[in-house]
Design a protein around this ligand. Sequence first.
Ligand SMILES: [Zn+2]
Length: 249
Amino acid sequence: MTRTSEIDRYLDALLAVGQFKDYGPNGLQVQGKAEVQQVILGVTASRALIDAAIAARADAVLVHHGLFWRGQDGRLTGWLAERVKRLMAHDINLFAYHLPLDAHPELGNNAALGARLGWRADARFGDQALGFTGALAEPVALHALADRVQKALDRDAVVLPGDGRPIRRVAWCSGGAQGQFEAAIAAGADVYLTGELSEPQMHLAAESGVAFIAAGHHATERYGVQALGAHLAERFGLKVQFVDLPNPA
Ligand SMILES: [Zn+2]
């Protein structure tokens, strides 16, 4: 058993929570039991994930996407009430780390996504230096690189081809980071990988010649929380279990 407050303090320091300007609070979002042994890990604190934690008799849920975001009006009604009610009825702690979990150089989403793809970063770019960029060991064709991404993530990706140049430098940022495409281009990338695609990226890829791959918001953000969970298991002897609830977005 580890005290909830100790885990909160530890993660706050480990993930340098105070250094980020984020869209919601990072850390303990819903307080439950004072001590934690079993933790359910997931991408999003959805009702389905919370139900899985209840079924597993977990003491805590650790996620990338928590419950509270800028733009909400503060009311605990509807879907949000249902989620909070379930957590509180079962005394389950909810820990959520958004941008600090994207950014961590070893345990974060981008570090873990890079490790899964065999990409090593030699620089960071974009908003709050969340983006990772690095050189490949050898130049590859875009279709070979896209194949590798799809196999590694077990998911189809949308690929915008750019100008067909060999890929020497890659840049990546997990989740909904399509808005960082221009920063990736400025950082010298030949391809940019993120989770989501919006309308402007089609034109930017065509006009800049830099390829763009959208491999899924959920799919690209599954790995940080697992790396962080493994770290907590080792550090505190916690029992952790990742629950994947696939999402086509
Ligand atoms: Zn996200």
